[in-house]
Design a binder for this molecule. Structure first.
Ligand code: EPZ
Length: 424
C-alpha cells in the first residue's frame, strides 16, 4: 500500500493548475444515463473515484471512453438497471444512478450505500423525492427498488434541508418526468449548478440554476452535449491553505474565487493574502505568523465541510485559539488525533473542536482516515519539523489528482513510497 512522505519546512512558490471538480464530474457522468446521445465531458480529473464510477456505468451498459482530459459517455441502451452492493459500497456517489435509471427505464434497483467513515449519511431525502415523482419505493435486502413503469410525474418537492446528492438525484429524475417539478430548498453548491447547466445543454427545461428553487419542465427525452467540468473549489481551497501553512506564494490557475468566498474571508482575517488574478487566485504568506479564526461548516455559500480538516491543520500553527464546529457530518474530526500525534493541541467536544495554536509541529507517521482528513495531514506535514509519513493514501487518490507532483513543482519535498509497508 502506498504511503506519502513529506519533509516539512519548505516554503511554496509557483503555479498550481486546478483540476476539474471530482464532485461535479461524478454526477455529470451519471447524467449520461438520461440520453442515448453521447455526453462529452471535458476537464475530467483522473481519479480513483472517477474510474470506479466509469466501471459502474459500464456495468449498466454505458460506453465510457477517455481521451486525455475528455470523457465520452454513451448510453445508447441501458442494459442493466441494477447497481449492485459490491460496486455501490465502494463509493456513495454511485447512488446517484438511481434517479436517471428510474426516469429513463422506469425502474432502478440500487444498493443502499450504507454508512461511511464520516457519518451515517442516509438517502431518505433522495427516496422521498422519487416517491413524490410517483415512484413506488421498496427497501429489501439492502437494496432500494424504485419503480415507475408508466413514467415519473412532475411534483413539488420541498427538502427539509439542502442535500447536494438528493438535489442532484431528484433533479436528474425530474428532467424526464411528465409535467413540471419544483424543488424547494435545493442545494446551492457550485457542483449542483454545474450539473444543471450540463442538463440544460442536453435539452432539459430547468429554471433557477444556482438558486434554492429549481423549476424543471420534464421532456420526453434529452440529447447528447459537450460540457467542461467546473474547477475543483475544494482542491483550490486545499492548496490555498497549503500556501498559508507552509508560507510562500502560489497562483491557483483556474480557481474561481466566487466559489471560495467563505474560505477567503477567513484566510484574510488570519492575515493571509488572497487576491483574484486573471484566470485564478494568488495566495501568499510572507510574514512570520498568522492569526486564528473560528469557523462553522455550512452548506454553500458557507464554509465547506470538505475544507474543515485542512483548516484545522492550518489552525494548529496559528497564533491564538480557533473554534471549529462541524454541522454537516457527525464524525468528521478523525484527523484531530492524527494531528495531535504531530504535536497539535486540540480538544474535541462532540461536533466542536478547540485548536490552540502551537509554535511547531513535529513530523510523525500518521494515518489517513478519509479523503479530506488525509490531505490535512499532508498540509501539517508541509509545515512540520522533520519527516511525516502518511499511510492509507488510497483515500487521497480518490479525490486529489497528482497531489505530490503539484506540490513538488512549488518546492515542497513530498513523494510517494510505493507499496512498501502496510498502512493497515
Ligand atoms: C456531497 O455529499 C459531497 N459528495 C461530499 O463530499 C460533501 O462533503 C457533501 O456533499 C457536503 O457538501 C459528492 O458530491 C460526491 P449531502 P452528499 O447529501 O451529497 C444528510 C468529499 O470529501 N442527508 O449534502 O452525500 C447527510 O447524512 C465528499 O468529496 C440525509 O440525512 O452530501 C449529511 O449529514 C465527502 N438524508 C447532510 O445531509 C439524505 O437523504 C448533507 O449531505 C441525504 C443527506
Amino acid at each position: 500500500m502506498d504511503r506519502i512522505r513529506v519533509e516539512g519546512g519548505n516554503r511554496l512558490k509557483g503555479s498550481i493548475p486546478i483540476s476539474g471538480a471530482k464532485n461535479a464530474a461524478l454526477p455529470l457522468m451519471v447524467a449520461s444515463l438520461l440520453t442515448d446521445g453521447p455526453l462529452v465531458l471535458d476537464n475530467v480529473p483522473d481519479l480513483a473515484d472517477i474510474r470506479l464510477l466509469g466501471h459502474i456505468l459500464a456495468h449498466l451498459g454505458v460506453g465510457v471512453e477517455r481521451a486525455g482530459r475528455e470523457l465520452t459517455l454513451t448510453a445508447g441502451t441501458v442494459s442493466d438497471t441494477t447497481a449492485p452492493y459490491d460496486l455501490v459500497r465502494k463509493m456513495r456517489a454511485s447512488f446517484l444512478v438511481a434517479g436517471p435509471l428510474l426516469a429513463r427505464c422506469g425502474e432502478a434497483t440500487v444498493s443502499l450505500p450504507g454508512g461511511c467513515a464520516i457519518g451515517a449519511r442516509p438517502v431518505d431525502l433522495h427516496l422521498k423525492g422519487f416517491a413524490a415523482l410517483g415512484a413506488d419505493i421498496e427497501l429489501s435486502e439492502g437494496y432500494v427498488k424504485a419503480r415507475a413503469p408508466g413514467g415519473l410525474t412532475g411534483a413539488q418537492i420541498t427538502f427539509p434541508f439542502a442535500s447536494v446528492g438528493a438535489t442532484e438525484n431528484v433533479l436528474m429524475a425530474a428532467c424526464l418526468a411528465r409535467g413540471t417539478s419544483v424543488i424547494e430548498n435545493a442545494a446551492l453548491e457550485p457542483e449542483v449548478t454545474d450539473l444543471a447547466h450540463c442538463l440544460i445543454a442536453m435539452g432539459a427545461g430547468i429554471e433557477g440554476a444556482g438558486t434554492g428553487r429549481l423549476t424543471i419542465t420534464g421532456k420526453p427525452s434529452l440529447g447528447g452535449a459537450r460540457h467542461a467540468v467546473v474547477p475543483d473549489r475544494i482542491e483550490a481551497g486545499t492548496f490555498a491553505m497549503a500556501a498559508a501553512i507552509a508560507g510562500g506564494e502560489v497562483l491557483l490557475e483556474g480557481a474561481r474565487s466566487e466559489h471560495l468566498s467563505a474560505l477567503t474571508a477567513v484566510l484574510r482575517s488570519c492575515g493571509i493574502e488572497v487576491a483574484e488574478r486573471a484566470g485564478g487566485m494568488r495566495v501568499a504568506r510572507s510574514g512570520a505568523g498568522y492569526g486564528a479564526a473560528d469557523i462553522v461548516t455550512e452548506p454553500f455559500p458557507g464554509f465547506p465541510t470538505d475544507l474543515q480538516a485542512q483548516f484545522m491543520a492550518l489552525m494548529c500553527l496559528a497564533e491564538g485559539t480557533s473554534h471549529i464546529r462541524e454541522t454537516i457530518f457527525e464524525n468528521r474530526f478523525m484527523h484531530a488525533p492524527e494531528l495531535m500525534r504531530m504535536g497539535a493541541d486540540i480538544t474535541l467536544r462532540g461536533q466542536s473542536a478547540e485548536v490552540r495554536g502551537v509554535r511547531t509541529l513535529k513530523g510523525a507517521p500518521v494515518m489517513a482516515t478519509d479523503l479530506r482528513a488525509s490531505v490535512s495531514l499532508v498540509l501539517a506535514g508541509l509545515a512540520a519539523e522533520g519527516e511525516s509519513v502518511i499511510s492509507r493514501v488510497y483515500h487521497l487518490d480518490r479525490g486529489f489528482e497528482r497531489l505530490e507532483e503539484k506540490l513538488s513543482a512549488c518546492g515542497a519535498r513530498i513523494g510517494r513510497l510505493k507499496g512498501e509497508a502496510q498502512g493497515g
